[in-house]
Design a binder for this molecule. Sequence first.
Ligand code: CFM
Length: 546
Amino acid sequence: MVKKKDFSAGLPDPTPLIEDIISKYPRKVAKKRAKAMIANTPDEDQEIQANVRTIPGIITQRGCTYAGCKGVVLGPTRDIINLVHGPIGCSFYAWLTRRNQTRPETPTDENYMMYAFSTDMQDENIVFGGEVKLKQAIREAFELFKPKAIGVFSTCPVGLIGDDVHAVSREMKEELGINIFGFSCEGYRGVSQSAGHHIANNQVFKNVVGLNDRPRKSKFQLNLLGEYNIGGDAFELEALFEEVGIELISTFSGNSTIKSMEYAHTVDLNIVMCHRSINYIAEMMEEKYGIPWIKANFIGSEATAKTLRKIGEFFDDAELTAKIEEVIARESAKVKEVMDAIKPKTEGKLAMMFVGGSRAHHYQELFKELGVTTVSAGYEFAHRDDYEGRKVIPNIKIDADTRNIEEITVTKTENPELWREDLVEKKAALEKKGYEFSDYEGMMPEMTKNSLVIDDISHLETEKLIEFYKPDIFCAGIKEKYVVQKSGVPLKQLHSYDYGGPYTAFGGAINFFKEMERMLVTDVWKLVDTPWKSEPEIVGSMTINA
Ligand code: CFM
């Protein structure tokens, strides 16, 4: 049975634990891994190593560049055909595995999310080239579905043999008369899926955003960036915006359509949920159109209220503000009722979370509301700014792996009607009052003293941490789930939500609290250990007849 630790007087200094882990590695590996582990001191500027190559041989949680581009950023848009140029495995293992939901407006609306489109590359294509096959596949997809747009995604062999997906896309665009564009998102192109996010942002900005200057329809228009509708998260937020009277123009990319992205530049404000995967588009929209962005967080009821108020402050409209306050008051009361019932049972428990590039931070809010302390957390593939805040961006060294990603230059639009000087002025005026734009403070300043922050955690480190902290819950993904549970610690998947969700906004917080009650307030995990360790189960006797 796992013996609980009492950290009510504060967390212990994790330095001896770091030293113990490091001592198990060969010298070179130890040197590298030491830089990725920080005993957190929130009011000091501490530097963590992030977004560097995983050491070969270490079991990482990371995915590939193709996964970040095709699966994460473009995957949730229902009416673009995502055609994968590569071996079938790259499509098969990316097929409906991420729980990004969608809801077409009518039953006959286009929705390709349940399909897997692939060129099914064979040895012959690897040897003689696959461009002809790619063209055929594009024509076939077009004839069958007549889509508005097709995206072509490169897998590793495409880059190795030199197929030009961009040239093929241009040619096919001309031939078929629909929007077709390619992504150089070969799996090996970056150190993780993070490179794929960047590549996706660039291509969507170049080929989609700004194609349709739809006239304004409402008073308050915004885009929600970095929300992928896992487990219905975006549905919660859509309902919330609708109720307060804000028009959500486009979500990048949960429950989205390619059309909505085409007129995404007609908003007044971009709000960024997942900073890691989408900050590039937020920055580019500001550069080109003068649209400002703010960081948002809808995970946790307090965080939701804070974000709503910040949006209200931006629009500065008495009616909107009143409506926002009304919704906050009504919904917070519902959340509080559930929280008050559950918190006495969860208070003082310990959590750990190692997830992606934003949730390891966001979900700490929900645990905090239940009185659960996050003793250790880390991202799989985030950058230093997601840990330490955007202030460190100018000091991040650009390495060869980052140079591998196309850097596009964005300039101010020449169309005076599209350049939002009014927003530029509004931003300047609000900044004078202390309103923060274009900022993300990162995870480390918000974590407690002596919490242990680890980037790209390895399997050995995971086991050592469990042994040391004996957490009540571990949050990660399917790759870790059963290994962790075998050690008697429940694991909540924060990628797929274990078939649960939504967890955003007020309704989502209630869902999460109820689920945490079920996972944290149960004795079942104490039964994981073998009972014969403490008490003999079979008693036998033997008689010997001499
Ligand atoms: Fe952003 Fe995401 Fe995440 Fe991410 Fe992901 Fe995901 Fe994630 Mo899995 S975009 S960084 S690449 S919030 S798929 S919806 S859960 S690792 S923490």
